[in-house]
Write a protein that binds this ligand. Structure first.
Ligand code: TRP
Length: 444
């Protein structure tokens, strides 16, 4: 049973902002834009929104229901509802947290560095060429360590005083910045080419399975699903919370920010004629193209560039907090560690695990694929099967605090049939592709 000392969020807004903070991050700005660029603009956006509603939303509610119901971190929560055999899935969740945060911290470190550069010196004529120096080696590792230290400090501060307070302070700022940037982007000459690219579908890509796979991976990554992050946050909720409403708010805010980020990135890139560079898409696309754009905009570019990277840093920080919290909560519940010790020890281990990603963007890209294609999609599949088929009366658990919601039946049906079938279909393609990427890394 949950110990009496278990912390809870101090307010509903606190939980919602922390959960939105988890969801909104590098995924919405960096990953979403480069996947959209790679997969035919609106064709991708349409699939992404569809997958988010039909697959992401039910899985999100499933995580919230399990977490709040058990009042425990993932390993214990799954044991609570499913018996000892399901502990293994919780263990996979914690491993996924380790893996994702290890490279997420590296990319977050790049954003800190870019933010500092634009603040102190601005981007010079060769802004694009600096990516290699910034993104790899000791430079990258140093800023990764710095970013992780801040993340560790906040998580060590506790649920209310660390995580909730950070989200309450920073998330509203992020919304204002991104919305402001999107408005600013409308004033750029040549922005319309960006909108055209972003908002009109490349129909030839619409029925390609890889678009669907990327959309599914992105939906899971962006909503922080498939590894118990939302589950852990929900474990600090009381039973009077209306979980279906919370899940709708989280999904709405996450999709809105991703969409807005696209309205910032594409006009910027097209207004400055840099689209050719994005076509050669890699994990670095955004970090190569946008500094170039800011450099060419002169003085305005410094203001806009700083706002942009500040938003990225904020998003990355509140997301990293949720990733670390999965591991930390598990160490507190499972090993009986103090929060400070759990944050310091696991945070340090994760930082060190990021070393290979800090030295090679190829490694980073492959780790990103392993995390998404295998851990998150596989974890989401296992969780939906668990809640759909094995957990006793999940609807009763969901109904606590939410009477009279008409779509619980549909929710259960989706978890039982539509979500697993869809995820198996996606994994069918994603697993060989990931295997191929891993082999490619070792061959080169
Ligand atoms: N959702 C975050 C983003 O879009 C990243 C993230 C945070 C995450 N916690 C997670 C991804 C848990 C997967 C699982 O940047």
């Amino acid at each position: 049973m949950a110990s009496a000392a278990r912390e809870q969020w101090s307010s509903r807004t606190g939980f919602v902002l922390a959960a939105v903070g988890s969801a909104v991050g590098l995924g919405n700005m960096w990953r979403f834009s480069y996947l959209a660029a790679e997969n035919g603009g609106a064709a991708f956006v349409i699939f992404y929104v569809g997958v988010t509603l039909v697959v992401g939303l039910p899985v999100l509610l499933a995580e919230l229901v399990v977490g709040r119901g058990a009042q425990q971190s993932p390993i214990r929560a799954l044991q609570h509802f499913g018996g000892p055999r399901w502990k293994l899935l919780g263990g996979v969740f914690v491993a996924a947290g380790f893996l994702i945060l290890s490279y997420y911290g590296v990319i977050a470190g790049w954003t800190v560095r870019y933010g500092l550069i634009v603040l102190t010196e601005g981007f010079g004529a060769h802004a694009a060429d600096r990516f290699g120096e910034i993104a790899t080696g000791w430079d990258a590792f140093g800023f990764h360590v710095l970013f992780m230290a801040v993340t560790i400090g906040i998580v060590a501060g506790g649920v209310k005083r660390g995580i909730e307070r950070t989200a309450m302070l920073l998330m509203p700022a992020l919304f204002v910045i991104v919305a402001g940037l999107a408005v600013y982007a409308t004033t750029l000459h040549g922005a319309s080419a960006g909108y055209a690219y972003y908002l009109s579908a490349d129909v030839s890509k619409l029925l390609h399975w890889s678009v669907l796979k990327d959309a599914a991976g992105q939906a899971f990554f962006s909503l922080s699903l498939g590894m118990g992050a939302m589950l852990t946050f929900a474990s600090y909720l009381g039973r009077d919370q209306h979980l279906p409403n919370e899940s709708l708010i989280i999904v709405g805010a996450d999709v809105a920010i991703a969409f807005l980020a696209g309205l910032v990135v594409f006009p910027l890139i097209f207004a400055l004629g840099l689209e050719a560079r994005v076509e050669a898409s890699t994990v670095g696309a955004l970090f190569i193209t946008l500094p170039q754009a800011f450099a060419e905009m002169g003085g305005v570019g410094r203001v806009v560039g700083f706002a942009f990277f500040a938003a990225l840093v904020v998003g990355a920080l509140t997301s990293a907090i949720s990733l670390l919290e999965v591991v930390v909560a598990s160490a507190i519940d499972g090993l009986g560690w103090s929060r400070r010790r759990a944050a310091l020890v696991s945070g340090t281990a994760i930082t060190l695990l990021g070393t290979p990603s800090a030295w090679s963007t190829d490694v980073l890209g492959v780790v990103d694929q392993i995390a998404n294609n295998l851990f998150l999609l596989g974890g989401g599949l296992a969780l939906s099967v668990f809640v759909g088929w094995f957990m006793r009366d999940p609807v009763a658990e969901a109904r606590a605090g939410a009477h009279g919601v008409p779509w619980f039946f549909l929710w259960r049906w989706l978890l039982r049939f539509a979500v697993p079938i869809f995820l198996i279909f996606v994994l069918w393609f994603a697993v060989p592709e990931t295997w191929h990427a891993i082999r490619g890394l070792f061959a080169s």
